[in-house]
Design a protein around this ligand. Sequence first.
Ligand SMILES: [Zn+2]
Length: 303
Amino acid sequence: MSASTTRQMTAAEMPLIHSCPACGSAAASARRAWRFINARGETEWLRCPECQSYFMDGEYDLQNEISHTEQMTWGDSEKGEQLNDYKQRMYRAVLSKVSSLIDPHGSTLLDVGCSYGGFMEAASEVGFNVFGFDIVPQAVAHVNSVGMQAQCCAEVKDFTLSNQNFDVISVLDANIYWPNQPQQLAEIFQRLRPGGLLVMRVVDKSWMATAGAAIQRLLPANGQKILRRAVNDHRFSMPVGSFLTLLERTGFRIISASPKGAVHSDQTSFPVRMSFAMGTALWHASGIFLAPGAVVIAERPRS
Ligand SMILES: [Zn+2]
């Protein structure tokens, strides 16, 4: 055996084996984007050549994901409930949009990644018959304790509290933790009645990540700071344009997609609110996406 085959491979030579969690394509030709330390420790990030998403190179382990979430604000029992209050502005904007398309009275809604039930509560108040699920047991116990129906599970196919097809399925700030987005979207499509709606709040700070990765090469500390703001503790960062293409590929018809309504709170800082306002104007004028997030509504076509 030659020396070259017996020596340890360096990190740069290691074959990339994980597929892109955002679009599902085999990531054999994914390029290394950056390495940094955030709430998940030190991780390597790659860029998918198919959908241009950045994603964390790492095995998905549900138990690790639950432990990680429990340490974050939205997994913590006290702060998770405070976050429910904080996000009211976004919940109201989303519900007003959905209610203009579907009458909430007599309609069912499943909230994927329901956390401490803030959106379920708001949806119930406007008339929806609500269900939810989450991976954090304490969050699910809380939702049940206030009289709403939630189950502890990770995937739509494992949700068994109701076997009917839903009128609305909501995914607010949750898809960025999925290990396989195309699979989850396909499962959601199957659990919607024909004519039913998928409503999502998606995060897209891939433009900020691109800037952070470039700056990191010259000013490592500044670059890392931008990257941490760009990806938080998410598993991937997908451009909104690529996400809409994926929805259509899954069979959905896109009704609307806009940064409008995606601002979390009236207390959201002025620069972030400005970024949403300018991003909304730019998106509608030119199709260029430079906002921190968007609300997307798509329909499972009737035929
Ligand atoms: Zn991809």
